[in-house]
Design a binder for this molecule. Structure first.
Ligand code: PEP
Length: 255
């Protein structure tokens, strides 16, 4: 059985001081929850402080991005080994804001995924269609293209160990949630493609989480879908109690 994963994407919010405070508070709020994987993704500058604040707890830290090269003249970039050394265990790759604002493509996503795996980081690979693509009935084609491109040349074992976040772009930060049925349909499609392209063990083990205006009052409807294994949470992660509530409501016993 797959363990649910709830990840908070902090985006460009929180100073080191604020991040440390939040992490300590969350630590005490979720200390007895062992049936949900809890992940926080602070900005690069706070990864080390958050990792220290979460040391020996059930909270793991994620980076929000990284570069695929190991080192070199790449001003402003940070390597997989650097975020790993700072304490990250996960890294979000190909978030729609990276794709639309910073020109990331399935090719760059693939390079980053391979580099993350080589550095023993768990990639959280974001995929999802825009509103125009959904309206043109292209959702499943877009998903296929993003999985094929982003996971190109990965083995079944590597796919089994990663996390895919299905985030319809039109639902991110808009307050407009995909219905559980809409999300469930795409998640089932993702799972069937993983089975077809990477084998049944990979498809059964890979976590496929949903993202897009997830809040305490809608998480249970999403996680009740058989192929939804958790959530990537943007806006609602800023309030530590709302984030805790989402974690609690994702526990297998409550669904
Ligand atoms: C996100 O940024 O990945 C996200 C899902 O944001 P929100 O929850 O605010 O829609």
């Amino acid at each position: 059985m797959r363990k649910p994963l709830i990840a908070g994407n902090w985006k460009m919010f929180k100073t080191v001081q604020e991040a440390t405070f939040y992490t300590k508070e969350l630590r005490s709020l979720v200390k007895d929850i062992h049936d949900v994987l809890v992940v926080i993704a602070p900005p690069f500058t706070a990864i080390h402080a958050c990792s220290e604040a979460a040391r020996n707890s059930n909270i793991a830290v994620s980076a929000q991005n990284m570069f695929w090269e190991k080192q070199g003249a790449f001003t402003g970039e940070i390597s997989a080994a650097m975020v790993k050394e700072a304490g990250a265990e996960y890294v979000i790759i190909g978030h729609s804001e990276r794709r639309t604002l910073f020109g990331e493509t399935d090719v760059t996503v693939n390079r980053k995924v391979l580099a993350a795996i080589a550095a023993s980081l768990t990639p959280i690979v974001c995929i999802g269609e825009t509103l125009e693509q959904r309206d043109r009935n292209e959702t499943l084609d877009v998903i296929d293209r993003q999985i094929k491109g982003g996971l190109d040349s990965l083995t079944g074992d590597q796919v089994a160990a990663l996390v895919i976040a299905y985030e319809p772009v039109w639902a991110i930060g808009t307050g407009r949630n995909a219905t559980p049925a809409q999300a469930g349909e795409v998640h089932a499609h993702i799972r069937s493609r993983l089975r077809q392209w990477f084998g049944a063990p990979a498809a059964e083990t890979c976590l496929v989480i949903y993202g897009g205006s997830v809040k305490p009052d809608n998480i249970q409807d999403h996680i009740a879908q058989p192929d939804v294994d958790g959530a990537l949470v943007g806006g609602a992660r800023l309030d530590v109690r709302a984030f805790q509530d989402i974690v609690v409501k994702s526990r297998p016993a409550t669904v």
